[in-house]
Ligand binder design. Structure first.
Ligand code: ZN
Length: 182
């Protein structure tokens, strides 16, 4: 399949899978806005040279948040895309604290493309936290989220300088808003 057809199919697939879902922030943006932002960051970071990484970015939350299997992704988009999505998918059979700890641990050993997707995902989430924090999250929880995101990203450093600077900017804006130091 050619790259443009594959991208169009991935956006359509992800939008259908995440239909009706909204982001956690008080603005309740459609969830698909997060996916398009992450994919755009990955596309820019890789200068459009790794289409499978962009497709995996579009699909990165499908297995975690919708009824989608890795087999379905592999059949439709190929094994590498499914493997990349697997690299950035948490194991929800584990307790939350363990999932969060494993993200920090796994980031350091992830493939270069998975690190780029992780960086883009964390950048998008911190940007959202600054402009539209989740309802009912006290300041301490937001600060903890920023700290944990930075720990995950520490393992991704070296994968893409431009994206790391986008993350650092997002972290700075959020920290300033929260009155924290980074
Ligand atoms: Zn995400």
């Amino acid at each position: 399949m050619n790259a443009i057809l594959t991208l169009a199919d991935a956006y359509h697939f992800a939008a259908a899978k995440h239909v009706g879902q909204r982001r956690k922030g008080e603005a309740e943006e459609p969830y698909v806005n997060h996916l398009t932002e992450v994919a755009d960051l990955v596309a820019q970071a890789t200068r459009g040279e790794d289409v499978e990484a962009i497709v995996a970015a579009i699909l990165h939350d499908t297995v975690e948040d919708t009824e989608t299997s890795f087999e379905e992704i592999a059949d439709r988009f190929g094994q590498r895309v499914a493997d990349l999505v697997a690299e950035v998918t948490d194991d929800w059979s584990l307790p939350k604290a363990e999932r969060k700890r494993l993200q920090i641990e796994h980031a350091a050993h992830a493939s270069a493309a998975a690190k780029v997707i992780k960086l883009a995902d964390k950048t998008s989430n911190l940007r959202a936290m600054a402009v539209s924090p989740p309802k009912g999250w006290p300041a301490a929880r937001r600060a903890e989220y920023l700290d944990w995101s930075q720990r995950v990203v520490a393992g991704c450093r070296g994968a893409n300088r431009w994206l790391e600077s986008q993350f650092d900017q997002a972290a700075e804006v959020l920290a300033e808003r929260e009155g924290l130091t980074v």
